[in-house]
Write a protein that binds this ligand. Structure first.
Ligand code: MD3
Ligand code: FE
Length: 200
């Protein structure tokens, strides 16, 4: 496996997962999910997003960027849940807190094409991911799009830490297994990613 990749299965207990989902659903009431668009083409994204924290990742026809306010409401993003800040302290050795918690919401047919995360200037900071709800088929490759990939299932409560070389690797989500969890109403999947955007 690529250097810097850590898989922490069942990091969160079922009770912790329930509490985290309840907190996210409550925060999404004032910080709603929206459907971003692909830069240049403006084609709708398959996954809906929101963010928590001082900065949030947004995608529209103009490009990808981090910004302090919600693109639809114009309001600041909500706070990053304490359980997520504690997770960052536990699994990252980075000397500053995360600035963004990207909320990705997948429905039964949602996909996320192979991509790299390159919109952060703090390139030395890891990305920390939490999966909640339905299982996903996750694909991780290498530094070039043409590099071989390997696939794994991410289940509710699993944490993935992308540090080192893996932080710059191509990755994506090929499919959701819709009836594989009852955690989220309607059988969806939430992926939370903690990111440091700027160097401290
Ligand atoms: C590997 N999210 O938000 S999480 C993303 O399941 C993203 O929603 C996927 O890719 C999801 O950008 C995958 C695991 C993950 C997150 C960030 C990474 C893997 C990564 C950054 C670099 C390399
Ligand atoms: Fe990504």
């Amino acid at each position: 496996m690529i250097e810097g990749f850590r898989f922490l299965p069942e990091y969160f207990s079922p009770a912790q997962q329930k509490a985290l989902v309840a907190e996210i659903l409550s925060l999404l009431e004032t910080c709603p999910l929206y459907r971003g668009a692909m830069p240049r083409t403006g084609k709708a994204m398959s996954v809906r997003n929101s963010n928590l924290g001082p900065l949030g990742w947004v995608s529209d026809i103009k490009g990808y960027r981090y910004q302090p306010t919600h693109p639809a409401t114009g309001e600041p993003w909500g706070p990053i849940p304490k359980a997520m800040l504690d997770l960052w302290s536990d699994v990252s050795d980075y000397p500053a807190p995360p600035q963004a918690c990207l909320v990705n919401w997948y429905e039964a047919g949602s996909r996320l094409g192979l991509h790299i995360d390159a919109d952060e200037t703090a390139r030395d900071a890891p990305v920390v991911s939490v999966s909640l709800g339905s299982r996903a088929l996750f694909r991780l490759g290498g530094l070039e799009r043409s590099d071989p990939t390997s696939s794994m299932r991410l289940a509710s409560g699993d944490v993935v830490v992308l540090g080192g070389v893996s932080r710059r690797a191509y990755h994506g989500v090929d499919r959701i297994y819709p009836d594989s969890s009852t955690l989220i109403p309607g059988g969806g999947r939430i992926n939370l990613t903690l990111r440091r955007v700027t160097a401290p």
